[in-house]
Design a binder for this molecule. Structure first.
Ligand SMILES: Cc1cc2nc3c(=O)[nH]c(=O)nc-3n(C[C@H](O)[C@H](O)[C@H](O)COP(=O)(O)OP(=O)(O)OC[C@H]3O[C@@H](n4cnc5c(N)ncnc54)[C@H](O)[C@@H]3O)c2cc1C
Length: 779
């Protein structure tokens, strides 16, 4: 028995933790920062005030994770974020294609607890801190109500990923709340005068069909008059979860300290909406439906934004301004909402897209006045307008990875965040990020430690793309369609399509490119052709445009809408080759062409977007001369996804089990091999609700054998040359059932060899083997 005499006061049990980096906030930015830092070898404490991880992506709020791909509704091709967030989304696709938020929770938790360098504190809220001097945080204090334990966490470096920026606030870091005036950064979208208007919170509900009649008696606090919501006619019986993103409120309040008040108003709205669905009589189809879940924590969109050494602004996004310290990127639209939210008569959001993705600089990821504080997530240093884009979770997570990697470098070399700006530290940070799957637009991996760069790489096959064979399926040209073809400088190859024509007509074809070679907005028309067609089936239509390409880039061969014409499709798919329609996705755009008001600093352009699988097939065609852009040189060019070219080695369709050989002119000791696969970076892989028709993306190679072959070919340039050496074959590693973008193969014992062989198996008969990169390391 434990007995304690009365006392005037008692202290809670206190644990003191010391680490290299304390990450506060277990949303996706904090999770990705913590995992990245831990994998880079430093000790991390991750503090999360709620019972599970993921922040707004968790089962407590249930937002789908999105980023630069914007639901595939913008022109940012192959723009899904890389690294840890990619690993998470690809694993979620594999385990949870139905988009169950509870399964997503388990994946995030598993990824964190699998890292031995992370100490995870759940249900633990940071509420106080101590500084060692005016500009330096020494420790943070937190409390877990579940185990009634206080924590004091000391570290040389802190990362605030708490959404509201509790650590930055308590430490005295410079921050802002509200919208900047137009003059401050010259942002044409900004209001003339600064104001306090914010994006509000939202609560979601899930409903489900029980199969028997269910009555709903609303709580007394539910909204009684649904017409108080100007958009009430948009309420659909079958909608739930993220589709009600516009049930938003609180943007005119203090979104931090009034959060509980905002929550009550949102409960009022949610139960009022469900009451309308169940009891208004307008939706007899929901007779058997019940409420399955209602959020208890509001999803927060906006509160503090902290000041770094650079504040990202509208022009950085729209003009895609380059930054020497780029460590991440964004691509979601500038997505701003009226501060009155659900009670506003204005449209619920205004989304303005850029023509391509934009870089995010490292200078936006640490506090300008608290020396040892990294910023991650929605609090990074950006204006209110730029925040409209940077705030989405995959972008936040990708930035978190950059902060985590920077922290690892700082911790190992006893540096402060700002110290990494100087060369060669910034190159080191960028290189470490790229090595781990981060994508930084325009920055290629230049890795001196990579032994594959010194090898002569050959393959038993290389695709020369001369045709995508027709499957027999056709697509009416109800909209304009284009094939995105990666072309090299010089004359545009002849492209021939196969058409069914139901009445004599004139078909217009256009050859377009993007004004910036790295973008995928076909905003420049190089040549047009008008083709007279007579009625007929399987009519061959050759297009020979009198145009030349200046640099390696994508050519958009467009067949403009024509209701008398259908185009034949192909079941064949190739990495870095896509068909697009000049359509729009209502979730993220209002029309097939973005038409902003004059003078708002946003560009007009057309959306050309792919269809989702199982549709989204290529147009059948022939190409003459064939496209020779899929060679082995791509494996070491430093890019691990399509950009202005596919950047992949691709085998011919006829080679189902191609072999890749790396031959060195002297023996190398290899302990680790890293491979980059095509998991379709064009696909956003929405994490919840959406659902996907596949568990593994069709381009992804699932089986690889790594071997030291018996007959070692001689590397070109080897002194003496001669016949191949022969010995005994050694199987070094086997991958089966891969579904990830990256595989890191750690050999049980390093191998010393002058030749490695990789044997790969094509995913299906319609999809050839593709690989973005192979890297080999001595340790
Ligand atoms: C309704 C709504 C719709 C949105 N739509 C989308 C969308 O469709 N797709 C998308 O990607 N993004 C969307 N966003 C934006 C996105 O959800 C947020 O901007 C994003 O979650 C911010 O990430 P974060 O890691 O900074 O913060 P969060 O995800 O909020 O994570 C911060 C974490 O820190 C924890 N924390 C806070 N204070 C403390 C403390 N004192 N101690 C310890 N832990 C603490 C919180 O509990 C939370 O788990 C939407 C936001 C809302 C609200």
């Amino acid at each position: 028995m434990i007995q304690s005499p009365p006392s005037n006061s008692r202290e809670p049990k206190t644990e003191r933790l010391v680490c290299d980096l304390a990450v506060i906030g277990g949303g996706l930015s904090g999770v990705c920062a913590a995992i990245t830092a831990a994998r880079a070898g430093i000790k991390v404490v991750l503090v999360q005030d709620r019972p599970v991880l993921g922040g707004n992506a968790s089962s407590e709020v249930r937002l789908w994770i999105l980023g630069a791909t914007s639901h595939m509704g913008n022109n940012n091709r192959w723009a899904r974020e890389g690294g840890v967030i990619d690993e998470l989304l690809v694993e979620n696709l594999y385990r949870n294609p139905e988009g169950n938020p509870l399964i997503l929770d388990t994946i995030i938790l598993e990824m964190v607890v699998n890292e031995p360098n992370i100490t995870l504190l759940l249900n633990t809220a940071v509420h106080d801190l101590e500084k060692s001097d005016a500009d330096t945080i020494k420790s943070v204090r937190a409390f877990c109500s579940q185990n009634s334990t206080a924590y004091e966490i000391s570290a040389p470096l802190f990362c605030d990923a708490s959404g509201d920026g509790i650590v930055g606030f308590l430490a005295g870091a410079a921050f802002r709340i509200g919208a900047e005036a137009r003059d401050e950064f010259g942002e044409a979208l900004a209001p003339a005068k600064a104001n306090n208007g914010l994006l509000g919170h939202t609560m979601y509900f899930y409903s489900k069909d029980t199969g028997r009649s269910v009555k709903f008696v609303p709580p007394s606090f539910a909204l009684k008059d649904i017409t108080k919501i100007p958009r009430w006619r948009d309420i659909k019986a079958g909608d739930y979860g993220c589709r009600f993103w516009w049930l938003e409120w609180g943007g005119k309040f203090d979104t931090i300290h009034d959060s509980e008040k905002i929550k009550w108003e949102l409960w009022k709205v949610v139960y009022g909406v469900w009451n309308h669905i169940k009891n208004s009589g307008q939706f007899p189809e929901v007779e058997t439906f019940t409420l399955e879940w209602v959020g208890t924590i509001p999803g927060k969109r906006e509160s503090r934004r902290f000041e770094g050494d650079y504040m990202l602004a509208q022009q950085d996004l729209v003009e895609q301004r380059p930054h020497a310290d780029a460590v991440s990127f964004g691509g979601w639209a500038i997505d701003l909402h009226p501060a009155d939210g659900v009670y506003s008569a204005q449209p619920a959001c205004m989304q303005w897209h850029s023509k391509g993705i934009y870089q995010i600089p490292y200078r936006s990821m640490y506090s300008r006045n608290i020396k040892n504080l990294f910023l991650a997530g929605r609090i990074i240093s950006s204006s209110h307008i730029a925040f409209g884009s940077t705030r989405v979770m995959a972008t936040c997570a990708h930035g978190g990875q950059a902060a985590g990697m920077a922290a690892a470098i700082c911790a190992k070399d006893k540096l402060q965040p700002r110290d990494l700006l100087a060369a060669p530290r910034m190159q080191e940070l960028q290189r470490d990020l790229l090595r781990n799957g981060q994508f930084i637009p325009g920055v290629s991996l230049d890795d001196p430690a990579d032994l594959a760069r010194r090898a002569e790489i050959t393959a038993t096959t290389e695709l020369k793309l001369s045709a995508l064979e027709p499957s027999g399926e056709t697509l009416p040209l109800d909209a304009s369609w284009a094939m995105m073809l990666p072309v090299q400088p010089g004359a545009m190859p002849k492209v021939e399509f196969l058409l069914d024509v139901t009445a004599p007509t004139v078909l217009r074809a256009e050859l377009r490119v993007s004004s910036k070679p790295g973008n995928h907005t076909p905003d420049v028309t190089l040549a047009t052709q008008e083709i007279k067609l007579v009625t007929g089936a399987r009519v061959r239509v050759p297009l020979k445009f009198a145009a030349a390409m200046d640099v390696p880039r994508y050519a958009f061969v467009c067949l403009m809408a024509n209701r008398d014409v259908s185009v034949h499709l192909s079941d064949q798919r190739v990495t870095g080759v896509l068909a697009l329609a000049q359509k729009f996705n209502r979730t993220v755009a209002k029309s097939p062409r973005q038409e902003p008001p004059a003078g708002c600093g946003i560009e007009s352009f057309e959306f050309w977007i792919p269809q989702r699988r199982p549709a989204g097939k290529n147009l059948a065609l022939t190409i003459d001369p064939p496209l020779e852009v899929f060679g082995v040189a791509n494996l070491t060019n430093g890019f691990a996804r399509p950009t202005n070219q596919p950047n992949a080695w691709v085998a011919d369709f006829s080679h189902e089990q191609p072999v890749l050989r790396l031959v060195w002119n002297e023996a190398q000791t290899i302990a680790r091999i890293e491979l980059g696969f095509d998991t379709d970076f064009d696909h956003p892989l929405e994490s919840v609700l959406h659902g996907h028709p596949e568990r593994v993306t069709p381009f992804c190679v699932r089986e690889v054998v790594v071997a030291q072959p018996a007959n070692v070919p001689v590397a070109a340039g080897t002194r003496g040359g001669g016949a191949p050496k022969s010995g005994t074959e050694r199987l070094l590693f086997e991958i089966k059932g891969n579904h990830h973008s990256r595989q890191v193969i750690r050999l049980s014992r390093p191998v010393t060899t002058d030749c490695l062989e990789l044997r790969l198996v094509a995913p299906t008969a319609h999809v050839p083997v593709a690989l973005f990169e192979v890297r080999c390391y001595a340790t």
